[in-house]
Write a protein that binds this ligand. Sequence first.
Ligand code: SF4
Ligand code: SF4
Length: 469
Amino acid sequence: MTGAGDGTYLQTSRYNFCLPLASGFLLYNARTGASLRYASDAPREFLDALCRYPARVAAEDIAERTRDRLQRGGFLVETGFDELLEIRGQYLHAKIEAPVIVTITTTNDCNLGCFYCFQKRDASQLQNGRIDQIVDHIRAIFAQSHKRTLHVDWYGGEPMLNRDFLEKASVAIQDACHELDVSYSASILTNGTLWPEDALSFVKTHHIERLQITFDGMSRSHNKTRRHRTVSRENVNQFDAACALVDQLAPHISVDIRFNLSRQNAEEATEFAELGLARGWFAPENKAQLQLAKLTPYSTEVDFLRKVEFTFAEFEEVRNRVRPHVPDGKLDKSASLDSYPSPRESVCAAIAEDSIVIGADGNLYSCGLQVTEPHRNVGQLGRAHTESALHELQFWDGFDPTRAPSCSRCSFLPLCWGSCPKLHMECDTAQLEQQSEFWRVMLPRRLAASLDLSLVPGFALTAVDQFRG
Ligand code: SF4
Ligand code: SF4
């Protein structure tokens, strides 16, 4: 765009995208989340020019009403306005204000051996002797934070393998919170096979408000995938045990029923949704949700999973097949086509300022996926920081996608915030490239689907749209 005369200039946003619809165009800004619909006779040249960056336009060249709309949506900004700085401010605010989450790995061990599990299993488990140190650590967090809520996430391995510790630690932490006037809640990630008969009393006593339980298909696939590693419970049908736990808890607490979807079990997803419906899991008064999750290799050690991994587009197709079988609001929308892509507002717990993961080995970690990698510890319970822990800590404290070489130039940045920081730590370029691919393909689809519009078939954004200037 060129300016006419000596009037005021405005600059285009780096975060504008123009999507061709079956009829007309959709202009979208990833920093503000605004979108504007244009008819098919809209001046395409003008819309394309808005998506060039850096570029500026003479304010007087655009009709006042159009200009106001474009400025309000962030498609045009004042000359000199630093969009990246604005995004950085939002990212840092989210990091500082994130709720306090303490993830406690009761054990690295698991009674099951899922073939895709990336975690190295070992016998480490937190001993009751650690409880005072954990409570002291939590006290220290609240001594320097203005926040007044604590969420504990019970994690493993299988956290219920060390139930005695969990129960005692839970009571001690709740007592400390009471004393500190901090409100307490908890969640647990479990395979559902080692629970007491009265699971409801257990969750009530330990203020567990949310449970995530994972399935790998119907009984035939689930039990095959999740082989028992210990002999004592070999006769337990673990699919049935997991279902029974959901039956018991779905009417009382939030239950995230995660279904790991891959090429191997896609045919069972609809059957599973119908089973949940028949068992009453998705009754309107229940807080249970079905979360379809794309089976993904989270570590290079499980790279073989790529053979059964869906592409994002294939995953969405299966999701679309399952959707009619689950009542409205009961299929998790967070990563789905029908949710409008809004700018990101929260960081993961590894980045959140006051959150920490306590490993089964007594080490402190930032990311829960590193609890079986002791060299990644960022401290130790009850001990001063070692040099290597400080070095690790530096990465997490310093991680800022607005300063990362690729992300800082990426037009998806406000939606993505660099994706998973661990991928950057490990320089996992293959997974990071998948994120780019995800946004190029899925952003247009999500926008169109969530606004009930039809995109030109096969349209996807390109690397040129992603990296400008
Ligand atoms: S899509 Fe890739 S380059 Fe863009 S912000 Fe996300 S991780 Fe960074
Ligand atoms: S760093 Fe990645 S894997 Fe770790 S908690 Fe954050 S998003 Fe999850």
